[in-house]
Design a binder for this molecule. Structure first.
Ligand SMILES: NC(=O)c1ccc[n+]([C@@H]2O[C@H](COP(=O)([O-])OP(=O)(O)OC[C@H]3O[C@@H](n4cnc5c(N)ncnc54)[C@H](O)[C@@H]3O)[C@@H](O)[C@H]2O)c1
Length: 509
């Protein structure tokens, strides 16, 4: 092994420190582990022995490899034991003052060429480095939990970080089988910044009273279909798993660090639930109840009966022919008039607009909107989304629900919302990904890799926007912006220019 580092010190023996020690001991590096709370080091080493033992039992590594990995790990009784290290990775408490003190202390112990890296998720690498005599040696090295399984790491470059330091950390990550992504020191780096679309926009949907929690989760898991894949977990399921005590402060911190950029605005619902101690699975109650670690998901509402003789008029729009084909395939009669007949259900298919706007000039009591952004054809989707205007009659809503479930698809029923649920959440993910690219935080390719591996999305935000079409994303955002007047939805420059010129969102200039 030709590693850029020969002896690695890890400070902090918690969840992240343990994972980092495992990663590097397993690929043959000498690792020294220190924690201010002495029993934490012993507990971590016992935990690692157990982990390597289990990996050997399962046949993932040989017993000899397990023994060798343990042989590479040494406990440190004090920070002085880091004297011979050429890299220190800090994974202590997430507090700037404590991290700065640690880096000052480390500089007094280690040699002038030793690299000092912080695993911070939310603090400024620049502010940590500013405390140091040699800020050029300081970089961010942001792993994800659990470290051995989350195979991506952000190598964060502050304005004074030496390029050689970044290069060495990149090389070290590759040796461990992790994918390094290089990014500039900006709030949230890539992954926690790009993650401001999914959860926060879904909270906003909830805040507007568009739908209940399980409806939103089901739509994002089952309606979204990008290259055959959706999101593995709904946003509220994910927040319950992570714990709102962790995710809400991240939302607040990124919002404030970007000087109250409206795109990242957190929700009062999050703040209130944190205050109530409803963190999610760890407290037994979050957006769902949890019993014995299992989420209790309310049953899907029953599908109403399809009224006999239902006639549907499909309003003009891009997908009109496909929607008419679906309606007729589902068993309703088509109203072919140039205007809807007096008793027809009126179907609109807005992009970025709400049903009320799409119902202008029509009888809103009979208007229902169908989301056509993702596959919606006959027996071609798991779930469809429909929404109503505030004036839509309940009987009309129920007839549409029954109709769109007639081929066995599930239906998510929403109150009026500019962009339904899926359009607005996906468009926000793309918009934020584009903003990150515009700010040159990282290369477009690295942004997408980081998000796919770090957040488990089916595609990175830029490839996602390309798959849907940059012009379509602009149309959705512009529609949402127009209806709501919210600057959070304005299409950004990276996106607009590429849409105008017919370029890929991954196109770098
Ligand atoms: N947990 C995650 O999902 C995650 C993901 C990425 C990054 N991070 C970041 O990694 C760091 C550690 O997170 P964690 O989840 O492992 O925390 P943790 O609470 O599990 O462990 C932190 C450890 O640091 C020790 N410690 C605290 N102050 C210390 C000091 N001054 N000197 C030496 N040891 C000290 C504590 O005793 C504890 O054992 C934080 O900066 C966090 O933001 C966490």
């Amino acid at each position: 092994m030709n590693s850029p580092f020969s002896r690695i010190g890890v400070v902090g023996a918690g969840a992240m420190g343990r994972g980092i020690v495992q990663l590097y001991a397993q690929c043959g590096h000498a690792v020294v582990l220190y924690d201010a709370h002495e029993p934490a080091v012993d507990a971590a080493i016992a935990h690692l022995r157990d982990t390597f033992g289990k990996l050997a039992e399962k046949g993932r590594i040989t017993p000899e490899q397990a023994a060798a990995a343990m042989g590479h790990i040494a406990p440190a009784a004090s920070l002085q034991d880091f004297a011979g290290c050429d890299l220190i990775i800090e994974a202590i408490v997430e507090r700037l003052d404590v991290k700065r003190e640690m880096f000052i202390a480390l500089e007094e112990i280690v040699g002038p060429d030793c690299v000092l890296a912080s695993n911070t998720s939310s603090l400024s690498i620049t502010a940590i480095a500013a405390a140091c005599e040699h800020p050029g040696r300081v970089a961010g090295y942001h792993f994800f939990n659990p470290v051995p399984l989350m195979k991506v790491v952000e190598v964060v470059q502050g304005p004074r970080t030496a390029s050689a330091v970044v290069d060495r950390l990149v090389e070290l990550s590759r040796i461990a089988g992790h994918t390094p992504v290089v990014c500039q020191d900006t709030p949230g780096f890539i992954v926690n910044h790009a993650g401001r679309g999914f959860g926060p926009e879904s909270l906003r949907v909830l805040h507007e009273g568009v739908a209940e929690v399980p409806v939103v989760d089901r739509l994002l898991r089952e309606q979204v279909d990008i290259g055959g894949q959706g999101f593995k977990l709904g946003p509220f399921e994910l927040m319950d798993l992570t714990g709102l005590d962790i995710s809400h402060p991240v939302m607040e911190s990124i919002y404030h660090q970007y000087y109250e950029e409206p795109r990242y605005k957190p929700s009062v619902i999050g703040a209130q639930r944190v205050a109530a101690g409803m963190y999610g699975r760890k407290t037994g109650e979050g957006f769902y109840r949890h019993a014995g670690g299992a989420q209790q998901t309310p049953a899907e509402p029953p599908t109403p009966a399809l009224p006999a003789g239902l006639r549907v008029w499909v309003a003009p729009g891009g997908m009109r022919d496909a929607v008419r084909e679906l309606v007729s395939g589902l068993g309703a009669a088509l109203d072919d008039g140039t205007a809807p007949a007096a008793d027809s259900l009126i179907l609109v298919t807005p992009m970025g607009l709400d049903a009320s706007t799409a119902a202008q000039g029509l009888d809103a009591t009979r208007v229902v909107a169908l989301d056509t952004l993702f596959p919606f054809g006959l027996r071609a989707c798991k779930r469809r989304a429909i929404m109503t205007t505030p004036a839509t009659l309940a009987a009309v809503r129920e007839a549409a629900h029954a109709l769109f479930a007639a081929d066995g698809a599930k239906v998510g029923v929403l109150r009026d919302s500019a962009g339904f649920v899926a359009q607005r959440v996906v468009a926000m993910i793309v918009a934020i990904g584009c903003d990150i690219a515009q700010q040159r935080v990282a290369s477009p390719a690295d942004i997408d890799v980081a998000v796919r591996l770090g957040l488990g999305y089916p595609m990175g935000p830029l490839a996602m926007g390309d798959a849907i079409g940059p012009r379509r994303i602009v149309e959705i955002l512009a529609g949402m912006h127009r209806v709501t007047g919210e600057p959070r939805y304005r299409p950004g420059l990276w996106l607009q220019r590429r849409a105008q010129l017919g370029l890929s969102l991954l196109h770098e200039d």
